[in-house]
Design a protein around this ligand. Structure first.
Ligand code: NAD
Length: 293
């Protein structure tokens, strides 16, 4: 039997990794009223996170979108540390958002299994690694799951909670309830599948969009226009791929294909060719579209 805590016993949340996702997940937790610690091996990364979050809070207050008292309380509820050993012992719920590498995550979860209180739930924000890959090394696999936020985590409502074969019902319930207390709308994925829900849906749309363009059935501009004007998507699939980064899209396809071997998951040749030319999307000035003009 597992010993995980219910939502009523969660007061301190530890977020591991102060990067793009970790810093915003931590601020979300602090705004939700939880004592929150951000841990990162990089002191510079922690300093950058603090500066960004203070700036974000000040700008929300200035725009009248956040009360000053709430902003101050959240910033005061946030602690920063480079020392995992000392902070892991204090956490009731841990969200790992470190670099997307299995060796790094395995080391972290192994440590957490030893350091974290027996009742603590250990969740990973990983987009591509199912929590089963790090569950056993913790010695408490029933208390391990994916808690997958979307970028930017302070804004996006969806949180995908993914259970692996031995994740307990109590872990799932507490994780879903925590997401609700953070103002999110959690969804449950009953077994591990590459891409979870959102990235699978997006992948299907992207595949179809690429097929239509490659067959010469419609231009990328008209396919994007249709997604916006007929389906109400905020942007079309080609514009979105350029925004995410074609190198990232290619990397995800390679990782997914290596895991599933499915024909539909194979990396796209046109995207690979654009990446080889250095056309990575918006960040490089060109991708499917040209952004230099
Ligand atoms: N970027 C996204 O859009 C996005 C969306 C959803 C989920 N994710 C997932 O979130 C996780 C983090 O992604 P990111 O984009 O924030 O990455 P990032 O590169 O911005 O940040 C990663 C941080 O982890 C830190 N780190 C590395 N090793 C560490 C260790 N051993 N202990 C503590 N900290 C360590 C790094 O110093 C860095 O600050 C990944 O698992 C990724 O799959 C990313």
């Amino acid at each position: 039997m597992s010993a995980e805590t219910g939502i009523e016993n969660i007061s301190t949340i530890l977020v591991i990794g102060a990067g793009t996702m970790g810093r915003q997940i931590a601020m979300t937790a602090a705004l939700g009223g939880f004592a929150t610690i951000i841990q990162d091996i990089s002191a510079d990364g922690l300093a950058a996170a603090r500066t960004e979050l203070e700036g974000w809070a000040a700008s929300r207050v200035a725009k009248g979108k956040l009360e000053q008292a709430k902003a101050t309380a959240a910033l005061e509820a946030l602690g920063y540390s480079t020392d995992l050993d000392s902070v892991a012992t204090k956490a009731d719920f841990i969200i790992e958002a470190a670099t997307e590498r299995l060796d790094i995550k395995t080391q972290i979860f192994e440590k957490l299994g030893v350091l974290a209180p027996a009742h603590a739930i250990l969740a990973t924000n990983s987009s591509t690694l199912g929590s089963s890959k790090v569950a056993e090394v913790t010695g408490r696999p029933a208390q391990v799951c994916n808690m997958h936020f979307f970028n930017p985590a302070l804004v996006m409502k969806c949180v995908e909670v993914v259970r692996h074969e031995t994740t307990s019902d109590a872990t799932v319930e507490t994780t879903m309830e925590l997401a609700r207390r953070l103002g999110k709308e959690p969804v449950l994925i009953n077994r591990e599948v590459p891409g979870f829900i959102a990235n699978r849906l997006m992948g299907a749309i992207q595949r179809e969009a690429l097929f239509l363009a490659e067959e010469g059935i419609a231009s990328i501009e008209d396919i994007d226009t249709t997604a916006r004007t007929a389906l109400g998507h905020p942007m079309g699939p080609f514009a979105l791929m350029d925004l995410v980064g074609l190198d990232v899209i290619d990397f995800i396809a390679q990782a997914t294909h290596a895991e599933t071997g499915a024909v539909e998951d194979a990396p796209n040749e046109r995207i690979a060719a654009l990446v080889a030319e250095g056309k990575l999307g918006r960040k490089s000035g060109a991708g499917f579209y040209d952004y230099k003009g």
